[in-house]
Design a protein around this ligand. Structure first.
Ligand SMILES: *[C@@H]1O[C@H](CO)[C@@H](O)[C@H](O)[C@H]1NC(C)=O
Ligand SMILES: *[C@@H]1O[C@H](CO)[C@@H](O)[C@H](O)[C@H]1NC(C)=O
Ligand SMILES: *[C@@H]1O[C@H](CO)[C@@H](O)[C@H](O)[C@H]1NC(C)=O
Ligand SMILES: *[C@@H]1O[C@H](CO)[C@@H](O)[C@H](O)[C@H]1NC(C)=O
Ligand SMILES: *[C@@H]1O[C@H](CO)[C@@H](O)[C@H](O)[C@H]1NC(C)=O
Ligand SMILES: *[C@@H]1O[C@H](CO)[C@@H](O)[C@H](O)[C@H]1NC(C)=O
Ligand SMILES: *[C@@H]1O[C@H](CO)[C@@H](O)[C@H](O)[C@H]1NC(C)=O
Length: 511
């Protein structure tokens, strides 16, 4: 008896297997389908990157009004499902023009279809010839979070026809009589990615001796830091990025930017409040306002503009998925801050002379560059002299037309680190080395006397400290902020000695 039942079951299984006579229904939708009906989803489906996919229904009655299906309704949409999709773990919801369908979509195994076939059915749609342009959406989600096979995108949900792009869905559009049925392929098209960018622009005011200019290394360093912070926040709030865009940075001389793309505006919105707080906080951080001197030397006279917006040419930016602007979002008293060093605690120079910047026409570039010294163990740290406009060219200081001598703030307890001084007026072929020369013990002053440079010799002239290569300028130059040394330029009367900082870009960037 038991054997008989087994034999019967086996026989039944064989009967259920597709027979040659049913071969015409071995393919989706597994019943007779394929006459012209008025319904189609032309073009593509839109994806919003959050599991929602939408198509627009087109109603175009056949040219021959006598066609049997010319006035058919649209009751059902059936979709061929990828056999690998874990339908038990996938929830599908459907809406028509935003209204949930009367009956929830469901998966079923069509009778007589080859093993593994699965179909998704949306039924009782109640659509007809008047529904041209209706927006039909399905939203996919996993029943249990983290279910590995749940199909939350069209690539995993739909069985694409051979040769079609993954994510192409084949749908049967069926009427109430089941006689009018058209097959439609809907190919996936995502809207193009929308970039969101962060922009950093140090804006010079008249108080800046020269505008801040990014070189490629500084820009990379700044944008790496910014990306690190933004990436961390994206991970912390679980915002999803558009996988078609690799985040990138871009630098012009005055603007550093970092760009990426969220998978939808809703993902970007998760960082909106954080971004506003960030630009307000970073605007102060970036100029060194929270340090003892309230300003990084390389940004003296600058304001910092920081913006989150879309991709464009600064400052003409479209909106992005995050929008913030430090100048707007910060309280006005902060937004108006110009980087101005507080030098009230500075103990240099010891001599009495006018240290006001722009008192004479002689100044210095904000970056010091390094060169090899005379020995393998020494390095030249070079100031580059600049000719500026004196603030009052008719004043006694402003009339100065000779760079008589220079002095540099340095720690005379570390005088053994200074191996030489090298100078090179503009136009001279070679550096000229001199022995180190220090002021009286306790003056903390390195002397570079008897320059007597004309403005032509001064503009682009170099004054270099030859130091042991391992010297830390924060220590040797005594300022203790940002690898910066201070130099002043005297006129012949020694009454005028405008004082300027210059920063070793190599030490600052950590080489
Ligand atoms: C997905 O995004 C679209 C467009 O932003 C939105 O209309 C829809 O409500 C979202 N759906 C879900 C489930 O979040
Ligand atoms: C229109 O359809 C009817 C019914 O199928 C058919 O008899 C007729 O020949 C068709 N007319 C044209 C112009 O195709
Ligand atoms: C980077 O910025 C420069 C200067 O603004 C611009 O010419 C260039 O197109 C930008 N590159 C990219 C990849 O955005
Ligand atoms: C930021 O806001 C300021 C103040 O409203 C405005 O002048 C500036 O153009 C804005 N920057 C950008 C890039 O939109
Ligand atoms: C120093 O020079 C500046 C600019 O020439 C001038 O405005 C200022 O009054 C001078 N200071 C002193 C103490 O003489
Ligand atoms: C100095 O002032 C003149 C006249 O205002 C101007 O043309 C020139 O660019 C200025 N030079 C510098 C280095 O600022
Ligand atoms: C500059 O230095 C080179 C190599 O050390 C030397 O040959 C040359 O004579 C020097 N030129 C001058 C003008 O001192």
């Amino acid at each position: 008896m038991k054997h008989a039942i087994t034999a019967l079951l086996i026989a039944t299984a064989f009967v259920a297997a597709p027979l040659p006579s049913t071969a015409q229904y071995e393919k989706f939708p597994f019943f007779k389908c394929g006459v012209p009906t008025p319904y189609s989803f032309p073009g593509s489906s839109a994806s919003f990157g959050n599991g929602t996919f939408c198509g627009t229904l087109a109603v175009t009655p056949p040219k021959n009004a006598s066609d049997p299906c010319a006035k058919a309704d649209l009751r059902k949409i059936e979709v061929n499902i990828n056999p690998a999709c874990d339908v038990k773990n996938t929830i599908v919801k459907a809406t028509i023009n935003g209204v949930p369908t009367a009956v929830s979509p469901s998966f079923f195994v069509p009778a007589g279809a080859p093993e593994g076939s699965v179909v998704l059915r949306l039924t009782q749609l109640g659509l007809g010839l008047g529904n041209d342009g209706d927006n039909i959406c399905i939203t996919l989600s996993a029943k249990t979070p983290g279910a590995t096979n749940a199909c939350t995108n069209l690539e995993s949900l739909c069985q694409a026809p051979p040769g079609a792009a993954p994510g192409t869905c084949v749908a049967a559009l069926v009427d109430t009589t089941l006689r009018c049925c058209a097959i439609n392929e809907v190919s996936p098209v995502r809207p193009p990615p929308r970039l969101t960018c962060f922009y950093l622009h140090p804006r010079p005011t008249p108080a800046a001796s020269t505008p801040f200019i990014f070189n490629s290394r500084e820009c990379k360093r700044a944008t790496d830091d910014i990306r690190y912070t933004i990436d961390n926040q994206i991970a912390a709030v679980g915002a999803e990025l558009d996988d078609r865009v690799t985040p990138f940075h871009n630098c012009s001389e005055s603007v550093a930017s970092v760009c990426w793309a969220f998978s939808s505006p809703a993902e970007g919105a998760k960082l909106q409040e954080w971004a506003k707080d960030l630009v307000v906080r970073w605007q102060l951080d970036a100029i060194g306002f929270l340090t003892e001197f309230k300003c990084y030397p390389w940004l003296i006279g600058h304001q910092i503009e920081m913006v989150f917006a879309g991709y464009g040419t600064y400052p003409n930016l479209p909106r992005g998925d995050i929008n913030a602007n430090a100048t707007q979002d910060a309280p006005p008293e902060q937004a108006n801050i110009i980087c101005t060093p507080d030098l009230s605690k500075m103990t240099y120079p010891k001599c009495t002379c006018n240290t006001t910047t722009f008192a004479t026409q002689f100044g210095v570039q904000k970056w010091m560059y390094t060169y090899p010294g005379r020995k393998p163990t020494t390095t030249l740290f070079c100031f580059t002299v600049l000719v500026l406009n004196a603030s009052d060219p008719t004043s006694p200081c402003g009339r100065t037309d000779k760079l008589f001598k220079a002095e540099i703030w340095g720690d005379d307890k570390q005088r053994q680190k200074l191996k030489g001084i090298a100078v090179q007026p503009a136009g001279a072929k070679n550096l000229t080395y001199r022995s180190p020369s220090w002021g009286a013990p306790g003056d903390q002053t390195i002397k570079v006397s008897q320059l007597n440079w004309t403005p032509q010799q001064a503009d682009g002239g170099r004054i270099c400290l030859e130091l042991e290569s391992n010297t830390d300028l924060d220590s040797f130059c005594l300022f203790k902020l940002g690898k910066t040394c201070w130099i002043n330029f005297f006129d012949e009367s020694l009454a005028c000695c405008p004082l300027y900082p210059s920063t070793s870009i190599e030490q600052l960037l950590g080489n």
